[in-house]
Each structure stands twice: as structure tokens, then as C-alpha cells.
Design a binder for this molecule. Structure first.
Ligand SMILES: *[C@@H]1O[C@H](CO)[C@@H](O)[C@H](O)[C@H]1NC(C)=O
Ligand SMILES: *[C@@H]1O[C@H](CO)[C@@H](O)[C@H](O)[C@H]1NC(C)=O
Length: 365
């Protein structure tokens, strides 16, 4: 009986040693922690002891393999640590490449710490199980790794609000699982890859506030699931592909503050797009007379372009226009009467050549 008791004790202790995280994963986490400095909340205070799989703040292991699978450290959170400290997070230091020794990592979130700087580790692209890479809201510099396309499981790539420079790697279009791409507010330059349309799972492509140049690759319009395309505040030139207005689920199209020329494609004004901002480009020609019941806009901002001619009669057939801005163009003529206009103010039509009628001054004839 006693022998049996001791045997089960031994089995139990072996089992609990197997249950804790591998020493190599623990060492990688400690090296990662040592490159960071978090002075206000003490989020790393729990990173002690041998078992990094239990009660290490923000660390989760795979229940089968006991390897570290997720790191989730958010500087803006509802967690009690933040409520006690009555502040948001702030961290300095850099993301140590030692994190790439966690070869089973599936999700890496180091978000909104503002002060984390240094370069984006290039070894990220060698983490074969990575599904989520989110380092939004830091001061990270460096480049997107040229071989990022190797991460064929990646679904979320969020590098927004950092100082990342250089081009969009050609290999990016090999990310066949990517659903959410957010690189807003960085220092990216160069062109969008011509074969951007290969990102067949993409539903949000947010690239605003960079210095991306060149044309909008027409292949984008083949991405069936794309709902939100934001290329605003870049240096994009050329014409707007008319096929953007034929996309199945595109609801938000922000191309404002670029160097786009040519006409506004008629397809955009009678499509599923409900949020359309083309402001501050060099678009020209007349407003196509194609508005109809499918024209439903929470935002329609065409201000600061070179549009001329009248506001088309069909405008009053639009089913809804929440916020309209046609100001700072060369439009002329009577503003059509109709329900979409009843709530609009004069500022929606200001700074044109000779628009008249409600809500502007009456036409003189
Ligand atoms: C994309 O993936 C294919 C197949 O794995 C590979 O041959 C190609 O070199 C990759 N493209 C880039 C630009 O890395
Ligand atoms: C449209 O874009 C312009 C220029 O970037 C911006 O100033 C404006 O606020 C945007 N319009 C709306 C309604 O968000």
C-alpha cells in the first residue's frame, strides 16, 4: 500500500514538472522582459517562478504542448491592474528578438505602450505558427520584414501608429490567410504591390497616413471580402478604378488627401459603399447623374476637388445622405430639391462657383 502511495506521489510530481513551461520558453520570456521597462503598473511582477504557464500576466500556454502560445500585453485595458493605478500603460525599451525563440507563438500583442521603440525584430517572419501580430501604438521603427510572406497562418497584422519606414514587401501578398491589415500612421513609402488582390481573405485594408505613392492596383477589386479600404493621406496618383464600385461588400472607401486625378467613376455613387471620402484630390469632370435608391451614404465627402457642372437631378433619388460635403469645387447651378437635402446646411455647398437655391441663396431667375 505504502509503495503504491509513493509511486503515485512520484507520478504526480513528474506530471506537474511536465505541466510547467519548458525552461527554454521561460528563458526567452525573461530575456524579452529584460529589454522592457514598465515603471507604473508592475505588470511583470508576476513573471517569477519556474512555471511561466501559470499566473504570468499576459502569458498563455498551449494546454497540450505546454509551450507559450499567446502573449497579450495591452497598455489600454479594463484589467484591475489599470483601474488600481488609475492610468493607461507606458513602457520603454524594445522588443527583444529573443521572443522568436518561442517557436510555438500563435499570438503576439504588445499594444499601446507608447514608449516602446527600437526596430521591429526581423525574426518575426520565422515564427511559423503566428496568427496575430499586433504592436499598435508604440514608437517602433525599422522595416516590415522582407520575408513576412512566410507567415501563411497570419490573420491579423497590426503595426499602426508606429514609426515603421520602407516599402511594403512584395512577399506581403503571399499572406493568404490575412484578414486584417492595419499599417496606418507610419512612414511607409513606395508602391502598393500590383498583385495586392492575391490577399483573398482580406476584409480590412487600412494604410492611411503614410507616404505610399503610385496607383491603386486594379487587382484590389478582386478581393471578394474587402469591406473597408482606407488609403487616405498618402501620395497616391492616377485614376480611381471604376471596378471599386462593383465590389461585393465594400462599405467604406477612403481615398481622401492623395493626388488622384480624372473623373469620379459613376459606379461609386450607386453601389454598396456608404462611407465615401474622396476629398482633397484633383478629381475633375462632372458629378455623374446616376444616384438612385442604392445610393445610401452616411458620409459623402467630395470636397476640395475640381468638380464642375451642376449637382445632378438624380441626387434627390438617393435614399439617404447623412453627411454631405461638396464644398471647394467649381460646381454651378440650382441645388435639386428633395428629401436627402432637407437637413443639409450651407457649408455642404460652400466655396463653389455659382451654386444657388436652398440652403444657399435663392437662384436669380
Ligand atoms: C510567395 O510564395 C511562393 C510560393 O511559396 C514563392 O515561390 C514566392 O517566392 C513568394 N513570393 C515572395 C515575393 O516572397
Ligand atoms: C474626409 O477627408 C478629409 C481630408 O482628409 C477630412 O478633412 C474630412 O474630415 C473627411 N470627411 C469626413 C466626413 O470624415
Amino acid at each position: 500500500m505504502t509503495t503504491l502511495f509513493y509511486i503515485s506521489l512520484i507520478i504526480l510530481s513528474v506530471a506537474s514538472a511536465v505541466n510547467s513551461c519548458p525552461p527554454s520558453d521561460r528563458a526567452a520570456l525573461l530575456a524579452f522582459k529584460n529589454a522592457l521597462h514598465e515603471p507604473y503598473l508592475g505588470i511583470f511582477n508576476s513573471w517569477k517562478g519556474t512555471d511561466c504557464c501559470h499566473n504570468w500576466y499576459g502569458v498563455t500556454c498551449d494546454p497540450e504542448s505546454k509551450r507559450v502560445a499567446d502573449i497579450s500585453l495591452r497598455g489600454e485595458s479594463e484589467d484591475p491592474i489599470f483601474q488600481r493605478a488609475k492610468r493607461t500603460g507606458y513602457m520603454t525599451g524594445y522588443i527583444s528578438p529573443s521572443i522568436c525563440r518561442l517557436t510555438r507563438l500563435s499570438s503576439l500583442i504588445i499594444a499601446d505602450w507608447k514608449g516602446i521603440s527600437g526596430e521591429l525584430p526581423r525574426c518575426f517572419s520565422k515564427l511559423p505558427f503566428l496568427r496575430v501580430l499586433d504592436v499598435v501604438g508604440n514608437s517602433i521603427s525599422g522595416y516590415i520584414p522582407a520575408d513576412i510572406g512566410r507567415l501563411h497562418r497570419l490573420t491579423v497584422l497590426n503595426l499602426a501608429d508606429n514609426l515603421i519606414a520602407g516599402g511594403i514587401p512584395l512577399s506581403l501578398t503571399n499572406l493568404s490567410s490575412l484578414m486584417h491589415l492595419d499599417v496606418r500612421n507610419n512612414r511607409l513609402t513606395g508602391l502598393l504591390p500590383q498583385n495586392f488582390g492575391r490577399l483573398g481573405m482580406l476584409s480590412r485594408a487600412l494604410l492611411s497616413r503614410n507616404q505610399i505613392s503610385g496607383r491603386i492596383p486594379p487587382s484590389i477589386t478582386t478581393i471578394y471580402r474587402l469591406a473597408d479600404l482606407d488609403l487616405s493621406m498618402n501620395q497616391i496618383s492616377g485614376q480611381i478604378p471604376a471596378s471599386l464600385g462593383k465590389m461585393a461588400v465594400l462599405a467604406t472607401l477612403n481615398l481622401d488627401f492623395n493626388k488622384l486625378t480624372g473623373p469620379i467613376p459613376a459606379t461609386l455613387l450607386n453601389s454598396g459603399i456608404s462611407n465615401l471620402n474622396l476629398s482633397s484630390n484633383s478629381l475633375e469632370g462632372i458629378l455623374p447623374d446616376v444616384f438612385g435608391p442604392r445610393s445610401y451614404f452616411t458620409v459623402l465627402d467630395l470636397s476640395h476637388n475640381n468638380l464642375k457642372g451642376p449637382i445632378p437631378e438624380s441626387f434627390s433619388k438617393a435614399s439617404f445622405i447623412g453627411h454631405l460635403d461638396l464644398s471647394h469645387n467649381h460646381l454651378c447651378g440650382a441645388i435639386p430639391l428633395g428629401s436627402p437635402f432637407n437637413h443639409l446646411e450651407a457649408s455642404s455647398f460652400a466655396f463653389n462657383d455659382c451654386l444657388c437655391g436652398k440652403p444657399l441663396l435663392p437662384c436669380r431667375h
